[in-house]
Design a protein around this ligand. Structure first.
Ligand code: ZN
Length: 602
């Protein structure tokens, strides 16, 4: 066995996944709400027998313990291999550690970023060139402890200090500098991307330095206050969360994450003992950010500027937060300042505001109502148009009704008309949602075949059940599709074996059939009281498959008849071969009626 297999054998998938997701026993398998998409009913299934998992919900993901870790932690395979090897107590041989392609490139970029961070940090804390920046930080109340915790640095203004250090001293290439986003081409040479800026390393939740953010020291200079590493192989703006590496434990402990506007807000809060904080680059939260935050906390608290841009960002983030089933609240900062300013002018008042965070819907209601005249019809309509799309996203019925009642009181409008208006909004949202789902749907034959296979493999304890079932469905399966092929393999398996052993059987399958088989082992089946009922269900499904087959065939014949009729009218016009064509049509029609009769009879 190779080391990948050895490690897989040593780690029990059920206990491993249960460290991330709450599992419930369901027959021979375990079930949970899928960690990779939002759902109300559990469709994420794990098989202890096969040591695999699969989601039968919309995300349709699945695999073994490696795939789970890669998906959950957004790791590459070599990274997952190393993590699991450590856990299993397996020492990896050289060749398994060798990374290739993108993974190799990513690791190189992480390496370069570590060196860049150390370089910038050295300049800030030890070198004369960093003195001005250090003074600036002191003036803003950032002490040594914070400088260390957030690994701050300074990029010298000279133009190529970092690049020459990394190229001449550390032997990286010009291309490496460009790939890391730390340099940019100037003719044939490469210059530093960050110059004369305070540097914030951007660190992910696994402590990888993915990029940097640079701030100018002098607000009067006419250039962007902040610039970030451009998108690279390892830095994706929409994924990044500033501060998470330092604050995730506090976020988990308090079950709340406070979202701030910028780096200084995060550091100042951190210093003042409010440690469950982060900041996002860009204004609104993305799906991927909310997915990550949802692992640590259920309550998402916005602490944005009360200006229009800040409010818009909150509104845009809200749908993502609701979709994930998290609870959104807002902190109203005294005096409408940002957290950094507020904490420096009156820490007590800010801490009180943090403690008294309010539901985001109360906040929106208050803001909207205070901005229009609710005594006039146009004002009422404005309030309903603005708020109802948000209320429509609330997943909890009681909370939703609470706000509908509140709106009806505030507008002095009947509850019924608010509910009707709400239904209109929901209908509009639903039609867009269902078309999305329909696009995802696979052919119903395929789904039905997979259900049939699940019925058979999960209940075939011995050869006799399989043979009984096969008598029922034989002839109704498309032998060219995966399920048909697996049934053939099952037939030959039971030709030799009396007892079904899923592991033994899986070993007889080629790689391309394995996924379909694994899915059938995991498929969440209804509970049947006895074998008789299962055979009845197999009969029902076999009949259904036959119906699909006939319908498909009839559609095909109808098309053929149309083509022949077109050919006939051409032949009639030319006076050539019309009788041959009409005979063709006749036989097609006969076949068609025979199928139609079978369909009626079935
Ligand atoms: Zn899923």
């Amino acid at each position: 066995m190779d080391q990948v297999g050895e490690i897989r054998e040593k780690i029990d998938i059920v206990s491993f996944i249960s460290e991330f997701v709450t599992l419930n026993k369901a027959g021979r398998n375990f079930k949970a709400n899928c960690p990779f998409h939002t759902e109300k009913t559990a469709s994420f299934v794990i098989s202890p027998e096969r040591q695999i998992w699969h989601c039968f919900g919309t995300c349709n993901k699945g695999g073994d313990v490696y795939q789970f870790l890669m998906e959950y932690e957004k790791m590459d395979f070599p990274e997952a291999l190393r993590t699991l090897a450590k856990r299993a107590g397996v020492e990896l041989k050289e060749r398994n550690q060798g990374s290739s392609g993108d993974t190799y490139k990513k690791e190189k970029l992480y390496e370069i970023n570590i060196l860049a961070k150390q370089y910038y940090h050295y300049v800030l804390t030890k070198h004369d060139a960093g003195k001005k920046a250090l003074d600036y930080l002191k003036k803003r109340g950032i002490n040594e402890k914070l400088i260390e915790a957030f690994m701050l640095g300074f990029a010298p203004s000279s133009g190529s200090a970092l690049t020459s250090y990394l190229i001449n001293k550390k032997k990286y290439s010009k291309q490496d500098m460009l790939d890391a986003g730390l340099g940019y081409s100037r003719g044939s040479s490469v210059s530093d991307f960050f110059r004369g800026r305070l540097i914030f390393p951007l660190v992910d939740h696994r402590d990888n330095i993915v990029g940097f953010s640079g701030r100018i020291l002098d607000n009067d200079i006419k250039t962007s206050k902040y610039i970030n590493t451009r998108e690279t192989l390892i830095y994706h703006k929409g994924d990044h969360i500033f501060g998470i590496n330092n604050t995730k434990d506090a976020i988990r402990r308090t079950n709340q994450v406070i979202i701030l506007e910028g780096e200084f807000d995060v550091m100042t809060c951190f210093e003042n003992g409010i440690s469950n904080v982060i900041a996002v680059k860009g204004t609104a939260l993305t799906d991927s950010q909310v997915n990550l935050l949802g692992r640590y906390a259920e309550k998402v608290t916005f602490c944005f500027d009360t200006d229009k841009a800040g409010q818009e960002a909150v509104k845009r983030s809200l749908s993502v937060v609701e979709k994930k089933g998290l609870m959104p609240t807002v902190i109203e900062v005294p005096g409408g300042k940002d957290a950094d300013e507020a904490l420096r002018s009156d820490p007590g008042a800010f801490k009180k505001a943090v403690k008294n965070d309010i539901s985001i819907y109360d906040y929106l209601l208050e803001k909207t109502i205070s901005s229009v005249d609710v005594k006039i019809a146009v004002g009422k309509k404005k309030v309903a148009d603005t708020l109802l799309p948000f209320i429509a996203q609330i997943r909890n019925e009681i909370i939703r009704e609470h706000y509908l009642k509140k709106i009806s009181t505030e507008l002095d409008t009947s509850y019924e008309s608010i509910v009707r208006e709400m239904e209109r909004v929901e209908k509009k949202e639903k039609t867009t949602a269902t078309t999305e789902i329909l696009k995802l749907k696979r052919p119903k034959e395929e789904i039905t075949e997979e259900y049939l296979l699940a019925l058979i493999v999960q209940n075939s304890k011995d050869a006799s059940f399989f043979q009984k079932a096969r008598d029922v469905f034989s002839g109704n399966l498309n032998k060219n599709r995966a399920v048909g092929k697996i049934m053939d393999k099952l037939s030959s398996f039971f030709g030799k074996e009396k007892i079904f052993d899923s592991k033994k059987f899986a070993n007889t399958l080629p790689q391309e059939l394995l996924t379909t088989f694994d899915k059938s082992i995991l498929y969440p089946l209804p509970v049947f009281t006895d074998a008789e009922k299962i055979i009845k269900e197999v009969e029902k499904i076999a009949k259904l498959l036959r119906t699909f087959y006939i319908q498909e065939k009839m559609r095909y014949i109808a098309e053929e008849i149309k083509k022949e009729e077109a050919a006939l009218s051409v032949a009639d016009a030319k006076g050539t071969g019309g009788s041959r064509v009409s005979k063709e049509i006749e036989s097609l029609q006969k076949e068609y009626s025979a199928l139609a009769a079978e369909l009626r009879g079935s």
